[in-house]
Design a protein around this ligand. Sequence first.
Ligand code: TYM
Length: 377
Amino acid sequence: MSANNEEMLVTPWEVRGKIDYDKLIKDFGTQPLTPELLERIRQFTGTLHPQLKRRIFFSHRDLDWILQRYEAGEKFVLYTGRGPSGPVHIGHLAPWIFTKYLQDKFEAKLYFQITDDERFLYHEKFSMEEPSKWAYENALDLIALGFDSKKTRIILDTKSMGVMYDLAIQIAKRVTFSTARAVFGFQDSTNIGLVFYPAVQAVPAFLESALVGHNVPCLIPAAIDQDPYWRMTRDVAPKLGYYKPAQIHCRFVPGLGTGGKMSASMPETAIFTIDPPALAEKKVLAAFTGGRTTVEEQRRLGANPDICSVFAYDYFLFMNEKEIEALRYNCLAGNIMCGECKQILAERVKKFLIEHQEKREKAKDRFEEYLFNPKDT
Ligand code: TYM
């Protein structure tokens, strides 16, 4: 069955079906990013990031409030993260690239949580070896994106738990099992580690406030699958006297198949940052497109960029405003064939991977520099 025919499901651990983002805004109780709010952001940043212009980031909670506080002189911290169960794919990079833009524009400190504990608890067959290995490997991807080492702190849960535990139990004490079950869908068979874990993911939202001894606003950029954590975290915040963390949510970079988000569980339709460039090229050349059955038909009728995974990649990550508009026009008009389009994307993906992999290599000596140390707050 095509991913698009399945019923929509969006949880922190599983995303499937055709995603209806308007429905998610309603179901999750978030706010759409309005043109007025985008204009407010532009007043601070000068230019709007393509992920904002294109509504790849499409929804938020309390972003207006964060900007108000910022205007009044109160700086915010950023918080995002990664569950290290395998290699990073370029879908994961989309919210991180955007987070870097926010760090640069607002000179914000970033807490980046690597949840080796979550992945150990979630994957039945994992020993601690796998998440520990991937934690380090995934951190290299983050560092390779150029985050400022003075303003970025990587929290590796199993290493940083000493500092986090006090907050984690404060949070856990204020969430009943019945709330956790309703928010996360826990079953009788769920292990109790996973039931406690959401308290751990809530900690970095309050960490800066706890460390400096006064409330500091926190903004979380991430795809919308992480939202259940923030609903719980926001519920607890006033009970502990902290600000509720704000969020800005992005859409999912799709896989190269017929729909659904890019996912490590479908490696043939995902491009991993550690893929050899030639393999990534192969995956792009095999991608699902919105093309017609024959060249003649496509020249006459044009193709459909709205269902095309190649167009989606260009749109999410690889083309600027002018290029993407021209591509849409030429695709609809039947001026460009899918083979040519795939080749253009494949070249860009390869170039990106070659450069990113060089930066990953250089990042290998710098992991410790980024690691969270409560003494340097
Ligand atoms: P994880 O490792 O599943 O995902 C890491 C980040 O990537 C986003 N994401 C995507 N974004 C765009 N397109 C996709 N196809 C795609 N797939 C995943 C996720 O939303 C996430 O932002 N529990 C978390 C780790 C975590 C975290 C956080 C994430 C801890 N604290 C704070 C975000 C914010 C996890 O397993 O993420």
